[in-house]
Design a protein around this ligand. Sequence first.
Ligand SMILES: NC(=O)c1ccc[n+]([C@@H]2O[C@H](COP(=O)([O-])OP(=O)(O)OC[C@H]3O[C@@H](n4cnc5c(N)ncnc54)[C@H](O)[C@@H]3O)[C@@H](O)[C@H]2O)c1
Length: 341
Amino acid sequence: MSMKKPILVTGAAGFIGYHLSMRLLNDGHTVVGLDNLNDYYDVDLKKERLKRLRESTRFQFHKLDLQDRSGVEALFRDCSFGVVVNLAAQAGVRYSLTNPHAYIDSNLSGFTNILEGCRHHGVAHLVFASSSSVYGANTNMPFSVHHNVDHPVSLYAATKKANELMAHTYSHLYGLPCTGLRFFTVYGPWGRPDMALFLFTRAILEGAPIKVFNQGKMMRDFTYIDDIIEGVVRVMKKPPRPDASWSGDAPDPGTSYTPYRIYNIGNNKPVELMDFIAAIESCLGIQAEKEMLPLQPGDVPATYADIEDLERDFGFHPKTSIQEGIARFVEWYRSYYAKSR
Ligand SMILES: NC(=O)c1ccc[n+]([C@@H]2O[C@H](COP(=O)([O-])OP(=O)(O)OC[C@H]3O[C@@H](n4cnc5c(N)ncnc54)[C@H](O)[C@@H]3O)[C@@H](O)[C@H]2O)c1
């Protein structure tokens, strides 16, 4: 598939959107970034990411909200996108308990505007962010896209699952090729300040206690950002085809008779939270003070991705160890905050 037309990356000032845009620019593509630069976390960090992207003449930025229907329509009309990657969303599980409307607004209303833009302007492939959170109450590990995921335990997860359903509908009705990627706990340089690695590193360096949920009995399939980006780029280039073996008599949730596919994108090597903390401590050379707390509402105790489909269809093989990835994050964190504070 041709990647010559401009590529729309929504959430370009966000963690994954920034890295994806940078990689696409380095590969010679023209990238249009959209972001509303909301203050869910440090806006300066989003602006710093954007500043770096703007160093390329092939990057164009639109400060726009996904919910702005006429603004999104105009953007699609003006730009003639080949591929659209929708990463803009209200992220975070815990925040969805206190601010449910933010999830409905961005993840449902906003996503509808993206689907409509793709539908009316002949977009060749819509790749969109789903999440490991959709596995909700499932305990059959590793989590597979072929398992039923009808038991979410947070509104965030419910909106991500809804995105998958909405995309399937557009794929069925309008033949829009759609691929949903269920990201598993992404970490790395320029990462999100509301996520564990960032929170732990900051607290440990400040001598403050870290909050360890579920008494430390948690497992996450932490996936390094460069591995994620490699997977996303491979997926973007190859829109899904209808799966001739799909049958409505025994509907496989991960595939379809339409050009629609769902993939897990994870490391396939879950790490115990206490081992993750030990790796950060060893990297920083400081012992953390730990505040042991119960499991938080909306959280799941473990995630573990079955990535067989992504390996088979795209040759995806994550290669960054947790020690290497944490070291790269800590190096970035120290230099970024040494400069800006
Ligand atoms: N980082 C992870 O571990 C992870 C895991 C699972 C799923 N995801 C999903 O991947 C995507 C990217 O995540 P991230 O970690 O980069 O998050 P992020 O919060 O860093 O990036 C999202 C960006 O979208 C922007 N945004 C939010 N709502 C918007 C709206 N209504 N209009 C325009 N822009 C808006 C934000 O300003 C932000 O810059 C999200 O959809 C998220 O739900 C991330």
